[in-house]
Design a protein around this ligand. Sequence first.
Ligand code: SF4
Length: 337
Amino acid sequence: MNPELLIKLHKDIEDCFAPDPPRKAKSMQASQIGHPCDLFHVRNFLDYTLAKEWTLQSRRNFYMGKKIEKLWIAEIRKSDNIRIFNEQQEITWDKYNISGHIDGWLQYKKEEPILFDIKSMHPYIWQKFNENDIDAYKQFDRLPYYKKAISQGQIYMAMSNTEHFLFIIVNKSNLAEKFIYMPLDYQHTEMLIQRSIRVMDYVAKEIRPDPIEFDEIWCEKLCPYNHICLPNRRYEGAEFVDNEEIVDAAQRYFELKELAKEYTEINAYLKAQLGKYEKGGFIDGGNYEFAITETHYKAQPEKKVLAKPERIEKRVVLIDHRKGEGGGKNADGKADN
Ligand code: SF4
């Protein structure tokens, strides 16, 4: 195949994901209001022409996210019990010059409708959320690209006069969902309102407030003005390498570094938990290991009274190789079979 043809193909496809021209902010956007830098917000009104373009990768990620959200909604609309309404409705709070687009309201049968926002995410990030944990929504604050989600949900609640909010997080690889509840936090919304009042005041007076202290996430990852702002100082005297292969490898390095961190945490957790079992001192010893077993139970429709649905039961099994048996005890204390 002619290599030039590949280049042309890529070029045309890239044009399909062309960036939007920079636009002057007319109000504080609910999706951005969680950014803690006043200067960032002021620049969205006064210096928007200087904003860096989103990278092609970011534009594709954003596009994919929107598609996934629509796909998920289209599927659950098949349910007779779930109603979605006011989808993508624009809401405004003129008093504080805040606006946004809610993803919609969800109602199950005759239950009270609840305001929701869908966040699609990589399976690795998705599995970090435990929907049975009442504080699971706080996990957003630990994830660089979702750091503004809590504030976004809080201000939506304040603007929609409700005290309940649902994040629906959708796994990008298989459309699986988790429901993450968040209650209204008056202090948080008050802080956001004060931010908006302050910023609008700066904008009216055309004052650019001081930059925040350099922050790796807010300045480097979540601000399109970092090239004209304080963070430039971080790279003074640095040498730049634009070799694509090295850039890719460096990117993978940072991804693996994150995974390695999680591995260390899980390893320590399992060591502590499984260490409480009779055969649990396996991790450092080398003679013990563990695995996960699955037992498949078939449905038993013929037993009308005690009919059980089909299910899979998983257990961790601790294996003692010193006895050469490969047998041991399950981590729930039962003998392995
Ligand atoms: S680079 Fe940092 S300090 Fe400058 S506007 Fe952005 S967030 Fe604020």
